[in-house]
Design a protein. Sequence first.
Lengths: 335, 319
Amino acid sequence: MSGPAALAAEVRSPRPPRQFNARRLFRTALPALSLIIVLLAIRDFNPRAISYFGFNLMLNLAVPVALATVAQLCIITVSDLDLSIGNYVGFIACVTTTWLPTRPWLGAAVILGSIVVYGALGALVQLRQLPSIVVTLGMSFVWLGLALLIRPQPGGTAPSWLAGFMGVHVPFVPFPIVAAVVLAIVMHIVLMKTAFGAVLRGAGGNPAAVARSGWSLLRVKTTAYAMAGVLGSLSGLALVGVSSSAEANMADGYTLLSIAGAILGGAEFVGGRISPVGAVIGALTLQLAAVALNFFQLPELLPGFRIPPEWQVGAQGLILILILAVRALINRGEA
Amino acid sequence: MSGQLAALSRLRTRPWIWSFLGAALVWALAVILAGGHGAWSVITTAIAFSAFTVLVGLGQMFVITLGPGNIDLSLPANIGLASAVAMKVMDGSDGRIALGLLAAVAAGLVIGIVNYLLIRLLRIPPLIATLSSSFVIRSVGISYGRGLQIKPPLAFADLVVARLGGISVLAVLVLLLSILAGVVLARTVYGRSVLAVGQNIRAARLAGLSVRRVRFLTYALCGALGGLCGALLAGFTGGSSLDVGAEYLLTSIAVVVIGGTSVAGGMANVPGLWGAALMLFMIATLLNSSGLGIGVRDLMTGLIIIAVITLAGGRRSLR
C-alpha cells in the first residue's frame, strides 16, 4: 500500500476488516525475527550473555544508536535522507561535555539553537526544492567543524545527572531494554497513531495530495526535521551518559548505521512507508550483531575457520543484505 | 553590450566556470595572506592532490548522472580495500607494478558489479545497496589488510609523485582521463545513454535503450575508478591504509555538486570536477595557513556546499 492509499485507509472509518495475509505478516515480523535469530546465536555462543548483566553490557550503546535511528526515521518519513545525523550526534556530545556541567544554560541554549537549525534545514529543503542528501551532506561538514571548534581534543566530562540516568538500575529488566521499549511506543504513537503523523507520512508518499488537502508542506518538513533534531540531541546526550567523554567524530558511524537500522526495521525508502517499532528493533539487532562478534570468543564454524572480530561491520552489512533479500522474495511473490 | 549578454548567458550554460572562479578567488586570498609567497607552489600542489579527488569524482559523477537515487556510498571502503590489494600484489617489487594496478582495478570492478547486482536482484535503492556492500567490503578490507606494512615499490612511489616542470605527471594523466570521460559522455552511445537514462528513464527505456546495461556499466566503471584511486593513493601515501578513502565519501559527492553536475541526473559536467577539487584544496590551504584549524575548514566546506546547492536550486532530485 502506498503512502496516500495508507492515508486514505486510515482516514476512512470504520476500518474495513483486514484480511489475513501471511506474506504481510511475515514481512512485518521480519525485523523481530532477525532480532530473535541474533539473540539465539548469542545464546549459542555464550549462554551467560543472556542475563541482566549481559544485556546491560551488550546494549550499552544501543540507546544512542536507537535514538539516532528514529531521528533518521523522521526524515525518511517525509521521503528525505539525513547524511549529517552522525556528525550532529557527535556535535551535541561535544556541547554536552563542554558546557552542560559548568554552564548549563549556555549548553542548553546551544542545543535548542541546533534543533532550530535542523528545523530551518527542513524549511530550506522544502522552499528551494533541494535534494536533502546534498544539504545534509553539507551540514555534516558544518556540525563536524563546529564540534572540532568546541572540542579540538577528546575529553570533557559528563554532567553527573546524565551519567546517573544512563546508568540507572531498573529491577529485573535492563535499562537499555526499558529505554528501547519506551522509545518504540512513543514513536509509534506519534508517527502512526496521531493525525499529524499520518500527514507526515502522507507528505512522504504524495506531497501534492497533502498540499492540496490544505496542509502546509513547509510546516510538515520543518516539523519532521525539528523532530529529527530533538531525537538526535537526545542521542548525543545518551551517548555522553554512556561514554562520559566526547570527541568530535565519535558518532560518525551513526549516519550509515541509522539508515541501515531504519531500513532493516521495514522502512521503505520513499513513499512514507515506515515502521518506528521496526526501526528500534533494527537498531538493536545491528548493535547486538556487532557486539556479539566483539565480546565473545566465537566457535569455529568450519574446521580452522573463525569469524574474526573485525567482521562486526561486515556482519551488520550481511544481515542487512540478507533481510533485504528475504523481503525482495516476499514482495516478488506478492506482485 | 550584446557581448556582455552573450558572456552572461555563457556563464549560465557553463556552471563549471563558477567553481574555477571560486578556486581562483581563494587562491588569491591564500597568496595575499602568505605575503605573495608560494603562489605557484600552491597551484601545483593543488593540482597534484586534485588528481585523486577528480578520479573518484568522475566515477561518482557518472553514477549521479544516472538520475534520482543513484549514488555510490561504497567508494571509501572500495578505495581502502584496493589500496591493500595493490600493495600486496606489488609486494614492493618494481616488476609487479602493472600487475598490482590491474589487481586493484579488478577489485574495484568486482565491487561495482556486486553493487549493481544488489540493486538489480534485491530491487533496492542504490543508496542502500552500496551502503550495505560498503559494510561488508570494509570488513573484507580489515581482515585482508591486517598488519599489512608493505611499502609501495620505489618506481611506483616515484611515478605517483613525479613532476614535470612542477606539474604532477599523475594529474596530467588524470586530466587526459577526464577529457576521455567528457568525450565518452558527449560522443559515444554509452555516454549518451547515461545522460538519456538520467533525464528520463522511461523515455530512455521506450526508446529502446537497455537501461540495465547502462546502469551495470556505470556502477562497474565507478567501482573500477575507485580501485584505481586506491592503488594510486597507496603509492602516494607510502603504503596502504583502510582509512585512506574515508574522506572521499563526502568529497566525491561534493565535487560533483559544486562542479555543476545536476544532482537530478541527466546532466554531467567534467570540467567542474577540476574546478571544485581545486577550490576545496585551496580552501583547505587558505585555512591551514591562516592557522584557523581543521574545524573552520570543515565548517566552510559545508557552508559552501549548501550555498552552491541553494543557489543552483533546481528540480527535486537524488531524494
